[in-house]
Design a protein around this ligand. Structure first.
Ligand code: SF4
Length: 358
């Protein structure tokens, strides 16, 4: 073996950085080009030499390339649709916030368990909205209705907007708006580490940024197409140093052989990696894995080799908000997961708050 090869084999290769999303195909609603944001995105698309087409509506994208349904699904995840958000009535977003604020719909990630698989139905492509002023205007009305109560808006209910920020800048718009709202707060969660555009913003502590984290096994098995754990933690450190309130969502919590080691390792690695300033005002949210019968069928079709356990016999059925039974873990497993992970959280982060386990 040559000295060079020997030296290389001694030093562990550094994994490649997860690149920001660049779609393979872009659709524009013609009216989107009447907005500065639509024009900026068009310029970006041209500069990247991405093929684009016009469409009459962001809700009606048909004939995506691909011979099979699976190929079309994969292509849809790499297709960006730039349109106008017409519905300005916000959905509720319990338990993490009062309302979902819609700046994008769909995600380029391939998390096997993602609920967007069913909620987006036949429209898994990534939609971004350029009429941010209208969306902010609607948010302002919701805030005014509830004064003097604080109104919280969740920006990641139907998407992962951090992964799209380099294209839209919409999170920056919302953060800047919310900074001056005495009674408004913004929050969003992400599995992407591309937070640099947010670091210099004047947020006044009105935006809480949370990172979705999980046991190594879960990330490796079920979250392709997202940033690696180490990248997310590094980004969390940057966010903390930029003075944002920080949080972690451990979701979906999965019962697998070795889950106790997996989740205790997760909390230990988090504690080792986070800078001291991140320890103040830190929140945790915990969401156990759940699925519906429809989701199970869709997931098995799209990710036929998935190791995601979805055995209805091993689960407890619970009435879901969307009129379908969902399957969660039986009570004894829920209790074991909740108690064990809570203990680990408080051992490493005694000053943190656990917002909820669901
Ligand atoms: S990153 Fe989030 S929104 Fe995107 S596929 Fe994964 S779970 Fe779904």
């Amino acid at each position: 073996m040559s000295t060079e090869v020997l030296e290389r084999s001694k030093t562990k290769a550094k994994p490649r950085a997860t690149k920001p999303f660049v779609p393979d195909l872009v659709y524009f609603e013609p009216d989107a080009l009447n907005y500065p944001k639509g024009q900026r995105i068009m310029e970006w698309v041209k500069s990247q030499e991405i093929p684009y087409r016009m469409t009459t509506s962001h809700n009606r994208i048909t004939n995506l390339p691909g011979d099979t349904e699976q190929e079309q699904y994969r292509m849809a995840k790499r297709t960006l649709v730039v349109g106008i958000r017409k519905t300005l009535k916000f959905d509720q977003s319990k338990p993490s916030a009062e309302y979902a604020i819609p700046i994008s719909t769909g995600c380029m990630g391939h998390c096997h368990y993602c609920y967007l698989q069913t909620t987006l139905g036949a429209k898994p492509y990534v939609r971004v909205y350029v009429n941010t002023d209208d969306i902010i205007g609607a948010a302002k009305n919701y805030i005014n209705e509830r004064v003097p109560e604080i109104t919280r808006f969740e920006a990641a209910c139907t998407s992962d907007p951090v992964g799209l920020e380099h294209i839209t800048g919409s999170l920056s718009d919302l953060i800047t708006f919310m900074a001056n709202e005495e009674y408004g707060r913004l929050r969003f969660v992400t599995k992407y580490h591309h937070v640099d555009p947010l670091l210099q913003l004047d947020h006044k502590g009105h935006t809480r940024i949370r990172f979705s984290v999980n046991a190594d096994y879960v990330i490796r098995q079920f979250e392709p197409g997202t940033s690696r754990f180490e990248e997310r933690i590094e980004a969390a450190g940057k966010i903390a140093r930029a003075g944002y309130p920080l949080g972690f969502i451990i979701a979906p919590i999965i019962w697998y052989d070795g889950w106790e080691e997996g989740y205790s390792e997760l909390l230990r690695k988090l504690a080792e990696a986070l800078p001291p300033e991140a320890q103040h005002d830190l929140t945790f949210e915990m969401i156990q894995h759940r699925f519906t019968k429809t989701a199970k069928a869709v997931i098995e079709k799209r990710y036929p080799k998935t190791k995601l356990e979805m055995d209805i016999e091993k689960r407890k059925s619970k009435w879901g908000r969307w009129g379908q039974n969902k399957y969660v873990y039986p009570d004894d497993q829920q209790t074991a997961l909740r108690e064990f992970i809570s203990e680990q959280i408080f051992e490493h982060f005694p000053l943190s708050n656990i917002d909820y386990f669901t």
